[in-house]
Write a protein of this length. Structure first.
Length: 202
């Protein structure tokens, strides 16, 4: 079982086209996008439509939360209010429905191995803003979450959001496909092990 994973496109249509072409060449059984279609680039609506048509499992990132529900869900991003108000005004009913129906996480089990995919680790999955803040990477909250029963029950937990590649136990972070240092992940699940390789886009 081969699973391709990429994340954080941030309105970069060329990068999205590139990563989808590179993934297609590797013939995965499944492709998972970990979220963040919007912000930074200027082609977020084109990216949204391409992702809708791609057949990938598309998960909700913090940018999709802001697009669907406004920036009030996260007091740290008040400075983005005008941008996301503009996005919300432009979204069609169908696009908004797609964004709101994007799940927060995706679980997959194959040959006894359990995998978890999400934009970032959660502080409270039922909260309006469910993810840990990026500051959790420095204040110890992220490390604590990595040791939680919820995370440890998976053989692999794959995240994005922080735009960098790293591993912490069974948690693997993937860099942003739409920004500098772009890469994606190829996971291989077979009867013997779960393995993965990072594929650079540059």
């Amino acid at each position: 079982m081969k699973i391709a994973v990429f994340t954080d496109i941030h309105g970069n249509l060329k990068a999205l086209e590139t990563v989808l072409d590179m993934i297609k060449a590797k013939s995965p059984d499944m492709t998972v996008f970990l979220g963040d279609i919007f912000q930074r680039g200027n082609e977020e609506f084109e990216c949204l439509e391409l992702l809708r048509a791609s057949g990938a499992v598309c998960l909700k990132g913090n940018c999709e939360l802001y697009a669907a529900y406004g920036v009030d869900v996260d007091p740290d991003v008040e400075y983005l209010r005008d941008y996301y108000d503009g996005v919300r005004a432009r979204l069609t009913d169908g696009q908004m429905q797609f964004i709101r129906q994007m799940p927060l996480y995706y679980e997959y089990e194959h040959q006894g191995y359990k995998l978890h995919f999400s934009h970032f680790l959660f502080s409270d999955i039922n909260a309006a803003y469910p993810f840990l803040q990026l500051s959790s990477l420095k204040n110890g909250e992220f490390d604590k979450a990595c040791e939680s029963e919820y995370v440890k029950k998976y053989d692999l937990a794959v995240i994005g959001h922080c735009h960098q590649n790293f591993e912490k136990g069974n948690v693997v972070s993937v860099s942003a496909a739409g920004l500098e240092g772009a890469s994606f992940l190829m996971i291989d699940v077979n009867g013997d092990a779960v393995t993965y390789e990072r594929v650079s886009m540059t």
